[in-house]
Ligand binder design. Structure first.
Ligand code: BEZ
Ligand code: FE
Length: 285
């Protein structure tokens, strides 16, 4: 770029930053100024052309248009490009011994049914049953009675109930379990499988263009809450399944990988069990 156009480009960046300096909310101003600085630097670095700028606009428009009440293509874009995992790592300062957080993903639906300990949330699934039991503890080892574990996962074909209305019952493989007086819970489900994040939208097209796969390592989602403690949004990963090293959304943390133990049930069928404690950090801690 000629020196004069370099100067003109610099002046545009400076003018925008100057205009943003009066943003009423100081934090919003800080975020917007940094965003403009980085966006302009990005355009300079790659020497963004007008057709490329328009392709970007059209892509983001398509991402917005793919969003519905039950599909969040922007979260998928953020997840598949590591922004969600980065924000998680930057904002969660989990002390050693506490359960680590990971990405929420786009398929969490509040309002799952309350389930009794020992009740199966697999309303409709022929896959290998799994029993996950343990306690919710405070960092100092105190058992937490009345803690809730809001759980959701895909069925064995790799889809969440929310993705398949009319095929799966809406409460399939989701539920809220509550710990008993000793802080114990027992959730009954199916062993999780690897699955592909949705590839039938603009983010799928982008993954294809990037030459990347869309597989997530097999996991069960959980949000663990208890009054007085920090809520943790986390996963339990199945350590015997694939994609732990190449999860499409960069969500795997070694401390979240578990071993499910297969055992024979009385009727000869296989049941997997997993002993797992969740450990919460006090709100002031
Ligand atoms: C999920 O684990 O549900 C998920 C996370 C990120 C993108 C798509 C799905
Ligand atoms: Fe998931």
């Amino acid at each position: 770029m000629a020196a004069t156009s370099d100067q003109a480009a610099e002046q545009i960046t400076e003018a925008v930053l100057h205009n943003l300096a009066g943003t009423g909310d100081a934090r919003l101003g800080e975020i917007l100024q940094a965003l403009v600085r980085h966006l302009h630097a990005f355009a300079r670095e790659v020497r963004l052309t007008e057709p490329e700028w328009m392709a970007g606009i059209e892509f983001l428009t398509a991402v917005g248009q793919a969003c519905t009440d039950t599909r969040q293509e922007f979260i998928l874009l953020s997840d598949t490009h590591g922004l969600s995992a980065l924000v998680d790592v930057l904002t969660q300062d989990t002390p050693a011994g506490a359960t680590e957080s990971t990405v929420l993903g786009p398929f969490y639906l509040p309002g799952s049914p309350a389930r009794a300990n020992g009740e199966s949330m697999a309303v409709h699934d022929p896959a290998t049953p799994a029993v996950i039991r343990g306690r919710v503890l405070a960092l100092d080892g105190t058992a937490l009675a009345g803690a809730t574990i809001d759980v959701w996962q895909t069925d064995s074909s790799g889809f969440y109930a929310v993705q398949q209305p009319g095929t799966q019952p809406e409460d399939n493989l989701r539920g809220v379990y509550t710990t008993d007086a000793e802080g114990r819970y027992e959730l009954v489900t199916v062993r999780p499988v690897e699955y592909e994040v949705p590839t039938d939208g603009p983010v799928g097209d982008l993954l294809l263009a990037e030459g990347r796969h869309a597989w997530r390592a097999a996991h069960i989602h959980a949000i663990v809450s208890c009054p007085g403690y920090r809520r943790v949004v986390t996963h339990l990963f199945d350590g015997d399944r694939g994609y732990l090293d190449s999860d499409a959304v960069f969500g795997v943390k070694p401390s979240l990988v578990r071993t499910f133990t297969p055992a024979s049930a009385d009727d000869g069928s296989t049941v997997c069990t997993l002993e797992n404690d969740f450990v919460l950090v006090p709100e002031q801690g």
